[in-house]
Design a protein around this ligand. Structure first.
Ligand code: COI
Length: 353
């Protein structure tokens, strides 16, 4: 894939590196590539970041044919920049696109595009503790037509933004509300994909949770509203009586890159990881019996996020006294150690840009 480059007249002012928040400051450039039925992918380019023109009849604005990914570039202590398992994001996007009848962007081209953009934006990769360059690849239909069908044209784009912690609380435990009315995904639906529609449908639950003082929603399965699945922006794991439980990725749960990496680490450390369905009633019972030792979310944006409280209807369980657990901290230190190049990467997960 050849990538042409279009220079920006004036570079943007850099943000305050100590106050980045999440997803607020886009960098100077973006990657764009077009697809149409006749010629496939063409005109890969890195161009100044800014507004794009869309026909108001563009199918994405009406029928939400859109998928996205989330990944990060990390600044190591020696100044070099690295990515974490980028091929997994590329493959997951292909799986998402297959479900939504959208074209595949080849894995090698995906990784090459991410590397080329990050290289162009190397001055935007922050070096403050726990900061990184968040990378947002996304694809959407561009055809202007109101019939519901597979579009004749698509755009694949990549944005970058320097970020700090996803949650304002940083590594302090978050409080999570279990949603018992609304559902996020059903068998046969799009739950396993990373498509905008999944997130649009989740916002009502998020608003409800925030009103009650909770920062995220834990979704139950959409068929029986009985088994725990995932949280708004991350997968979730439970340490119960020394074993780790997490929902299986059977079609309604996003196959997270961080989730997979944590399962590798945990199994390497001798933990029994049970990728099995876990009923919310059994989870709350374990909490009341003192067997629910730790709970943590896993995600690219959220990294490893300790959970200090779970509420299901009127039942509340406080986990580990509301403090970050030992295993959660160890997972966080190990994962971030590998990602920022402070620890040896014996798994071959990182790749230099
Ligand atoms: C990520 O973890 O990268 C995500 O895509 C979650 C996002 C919705 C903030």
């Amino acid at each position: 894939m050849e990538i042409r480059f279009e220079k920006r007249e004036q570079l943007k002012e850099k943000p305050d590196w100590n106050n980045l928040g999440f997803g607020k400051y886009m960098t100077d450039y973006m990657f764009v590539c077009d697809w149409d039925r006749e010629i496939g992918w063409h005109d890969a380019r890195i161009v100044p970041e800014g507004p794009i023109e869309l026909d108001p009849a563009c199918m994405t604005l009406h029928y939400a044919q859109e998928t996205f990914e989330g990944m990060k570039a990390y600044r190591r202590e020696d100044g070099k920049i690295q990515l974490f398992r980028p091929e997994m994001n590329a493959k997951r996007m292909i799986n998402s696109n297959e479900r939504l009848c959208m074209p595949a962007f080849p894995v090698e081209d995906f990784v090459a595009a991410v590397k080329a953009l990050v290289k162009t934006e190397q001055d935007w990769v922050p070096s403050q503790k726990d900061t990184s360059l968040y990378i947002r690849p996304f694809m959407f239909a561009t055809e202007a037509a109101l019939g519901v069908h597979m579009a004749k044209s698509y755009k694949f784009m990549i944005l970058c933004c320097p970020v700090g912690a996803y949650y304002a609380t940083g590594l302090d435990p978050v409080k999570i509300l279990v949603e018992n009315e609304l559902v996020r995904a059903v068998a046969g639906g799009t739950g396993f994909t990373k498509c905008g529609g999944n997130y649009a449908g989740s916002i009502a639950g998020q608003v409800k949770a925030e009103k009650l003082g909770y920062s995220q929603v834990l979704w139950l399965d959409g068929n029986e509203r009985k088994y725990v699945e995932e949280v708004g922006t991350m997968n979730i794991m439970f340490k119960i009586d020394g074993e780790i439980w997490t929902a299986p990725t059977v079609g309604t749960v996003l196959p997270g890159v961080t989730r997979d990496s944590m399962i590798h680490l945990l199994r390497d450390w001798g933990y029994n990881v049970r990728e099995e369905r876990l009923a919310i009633d059994d989870l709350m019972k374990a909490g009341h019996e003192g067997k629910l030792e730790e709970v943590f979310g896993t995600g690219t944006a959220a990294v490893i996020s300790p959970v200090g409280e779970l509420r299901f209807k009127d039942d509340v369980v406080v986990i580990n006294g509301g403090k970050t657990g030992e295993l959660t901290q160890k997972l966080y230190d190990t994962l971030t150690g590998i990602q920022w190049g402070r620890l040896e990467d014996k798994y071959g997960w990182t790749t230099l840009v």
